[in-house]
Design a protein around this ligand. Structure first.
Ligand code: ATP
Ligand code: MG
Length: 669
């Protein structure tokens, strides 16, 4: 069984696997350690990951980026309309309440929801992992930002299920980094009262998170988390795009923003430039033929870049201050500050964080791979197949959750809601609620305290209907226990509901030693225990619970799985056809050159012309009507050529190889 961690990034994802030697980050088919988080659609096939990257400019309308930001969102969501739309070139549409894309795929217009798109991408990550491990991939731990809400988390879990992955935990990304830190440190304090408090800061492509964690030997406890959900590398890229678009308007009289492809080229250019500026005090920007055959060039200094991005740099401080305040710790309690994520390489960002804490930043973790490694470690801890050092993780929820219900006339002074999981409640955690009811009833979960939940997220989480509730035998209200759980993924669920009954039981009272000593009673009377009546709650029976939530139901998941399987099969056929076509082409070139050289004396002169003609015919066919043929036709053609080719090769081998073999046999005797 596989033990895999996936850092699902907005720009790129990283995969780590646990092996006996330890945790390794694996490479994809083009030997990159990070795979672009992109899905693209063509007329013959889908392109996933690296393949989609090559489609980004030429097929931009059918290439979808920012997959992570689309998870669990609706089309009308303000964040989709006002922010994400600018980063996505494909047409966004509404599909049964979910945001979806409308693309051209296999020469048809098709609509895919965000969950389906993520599932497609996960299918690719699964393939990459399989290619490396060569064993079926199932158990995984996937990273999500700590601020992901219930519906966003459900979308990722659904996508994993559609892709055939068994997600053991959705792991908050900065907690994953913290686990990687904790498990490798051998000098963590033993004393639970004197933990080591470490700050983890992750600024990636689209968001920024801070987590303060207390470590003692074998355990980490998340004290607080804070976020800026809209601050990441892409914001810095955007302001450079805006800046250079203005510069080029003046300098070259071209309007980059009027041309999608030009805008794309500029985006790619400024991202490179931004990275150069992290290590140099100035950097050039050169883009050939950006539009209308114009080559553009410019130069910018780090100082200018910092001036341009001052408003972004200013936003670094608030989450740091918030996290520190919520942790209840003082600056001097902070042992160290660890940074991860690509955008923490920007010098002004580093300086701001370091200044806030009044200490040098630490780079103990691999900035790009820490989250994936942490996820793989968590998968190893949770998976039965792997033995790792026990390390317990106590995470917390970002948002307070309340549960509401309808009051009943029998209990007029009953409250109608309860804050069940306050902000920073431990994950996972179980809470049992008691209701007095005669009839089936519903409870609903909401995010509470709107000032503690981000704007634009719907406060509604889920509804649970408790069925088959009946009065007691005397017609009274039954006592119902509802077991709610903030599960390991950070998702609210109701695991079970049951009726309990109050019964009066007779219980023998234990006679304590002191009572015995105090009493003047005769020994045989004193040893006779008193009998008292106690009320006890006894479980009577389970009640069915029907839940409605933001994720997909079982039928929808099965449907999506079938669709995904069809697309996988269709992609595979296209890939196999391509392989067969290449095999035919290669064979033609190879044998044609060989019959003129090393095979020449083994070709039957009567056949030579016919064979060469056949090879040429096939070559021409390949570039003409055979350009787009089927796998079986390519295979047939290859077989036909081999009828000529194989006997030639056999004669050659006999003549060349056998004497060699005989010689080596002689030598060895
Ligand atoms: P997210 O965590 O937001 O989902 P991600 O995990 O895909 O995104 P990372 O891989 O951590 O993001 O970081 C990618 C970002 O870091 C990009 O915006 C990239 O331009 C930026 N980046 C990478 N290296 C550097 C550098 N040397 N200087 C400045 N920025 C950099
Ligand atoms: Mg990231």
């Amino acid at each position: 069984m596989s033990v895999v961690g996936i850092d699902f990034g907005n720009l790129q994802s990283k995969i780590a696997v646990a092996r006996n030697r330890g945790i390794d980050v694996i490479c994809n088919e083009v030997s990159n350690r990070a795979t672009p988080s992109l899905v693209s659609f063509g007329n013959k096939t889908r392109y996933l990951g690296e393949a989609a990257k090559t489609q980004e400019i030429s097929n931009f309308k059918n290439t979808v980026a920012s997959l992570k930001r689309l998870a669990g969102r609706s089309y009308h969501d303000k964040e989709i309309q006002e922010i994400e739309k600018h980063y996505i070139n494909a047409d966004l549409v509404d599909e049964k309440g979910q945001v979806a894309v409308k693309v051209q795929y296999l020469n048809e217009e098709r609509v895919f929801t965000s969950t389906q798109l993520i599932a497609m991408y996960f299918t690719k990550l699964k393939d990459i992992t399989f290619a490396e491990l060569k064993i079926p991939v199932s158990d995984v731990v996937i990273s999500v930002p700590g601020w992901f809400s219930d519906i966003q988390r459900r979308s990722i879990l659904d996508a994993a299920e559609i892709a055939g992955l068994n997600c053991l935990r959705l792991f908050n990304d900065t907690t994953a980094a913290a686990l990687g830190y904790g498990i490798t440190k051998t000098d963590l304090p033993e004393d639970k009262d004197k933990p080591r408090n470490v700050v983890f800061v992750d600024i990636g492509h689209s968001c920024y998170g801070v987590t303060i964690v207390s470590f003692v030997k074998g355990q980490l406890t998340v004290k607080s988390t804070a976020y800026d959900r809209h601050l990441g590398g892409r914001n810095f890229d955007q302001l450079l795009v805006d800046h250079f678009a203005e510069v080029f308007k003046e300098k070259y009289k071209i309007d980059i923003k009027s041309n999608q492809k030009a805008l794309f080229r500029l985006r790619t250019g400024v991202e490179k430039l931004k990275k150069v500026l992290s290590a140099n005090t100035q950097a050039p920007l050169n883009v050939e033929s950006i539009m209308n055959d114009v080559d553009v060039s410019a130069i910018i200094s780090r100082q200018e870049f910092e001036e341009l991005s001052q408003h972004l740099i200013d936003r670094i401080e608030a989450p740091l201050a918030q996290a520190l305040q919520d942790s209840g710790l003082a600056l001097e309690d902070i042992h160290s500050v660890e940074v991860v994520g690509g955008s923490t390489r920007i010098p002004a960002v580093k300086e701001k964080i370091s200044k806030f804490f009044g200490q040098e930043l630490k780079y103990t973790l691999n900035q790009d791979e820490a989250v994936a490694r942490g996820c793989a470690l968590q998968c190893a801890v949770l998976s039965p197949v792997f033995k790792v050092r026990e390390f317990s993780v106590q995470d917390i929820t970002s948002y307070p959750i309340k549960i509401t219900w309808e009051k009943i006339p029998e209990i007029p002074d009953e409250e109608s809601e309860l804050l069940v999981y306050p902000k920073s409640n431990a994950i996972p955690s179980t809470k049992i609620l008691t209701f007095y009811r005669k009839q089936p009833f519903d409870i609903e979960a909401y995010y509470a305290e709107s000032d503690k939940t981000p704007t634009h997220i719907s406060p509604w989480i889920s509804k649970f209907s408790i069925k088959q509730v009946e009065p007691t035998e005397n017609g009274d209200l039954s006592i119902i226990k509802v077991k709610s759980r903030l599960n390991v993924h950070g998702i609210l669920s109701v695991e079970n509901a049951h009726v309990v009954e109050e019964v009066i039981k007779e219980e023998k009272e234990e006679v304590s030693e002191s009572q015995q000593m105090d009493t003047d009673a005769k020994p045989d009377e004193a040893s006779k225990p008193a009998v008292k009546k106690v009320k006890k709650l006894v479980k009577k029976g389970d009640l069915p619970v029907v839940s409605v939530h933001g994720g997909l139901d079982k039928t929808a998941i099965i449907h999506c799985k079938e669709l995904e399987a069809q697309m996988i099969a269709s992609d595979k056929l296209v890939a196999d056809t391509e392989t067969q076509k290449n095999a035919l082409e290669e064979y033609i070139y190879d044998i044609r050159s060989k019959i003129e050289s090393i095979y020449s004396e083994f070709v039957n002169p009567a056949d030579k012309e016919g064979f060469t003609n056949l090879l040429n015919e096939n070559e021409n066919w390949l570039y003409d009507e055979g350009e787009d043929s089927t796998k079986s036709v390519y295979m047939e053609k290859l077989d036909q050529l081999k009828k000529y080719g194989v006997p030639i090769y056999d004669r050659y081998r006999e003549a060349e190889e056998l004497p060699k073999a005989e010689k080596s046999l002689r030598d060895s005797i």
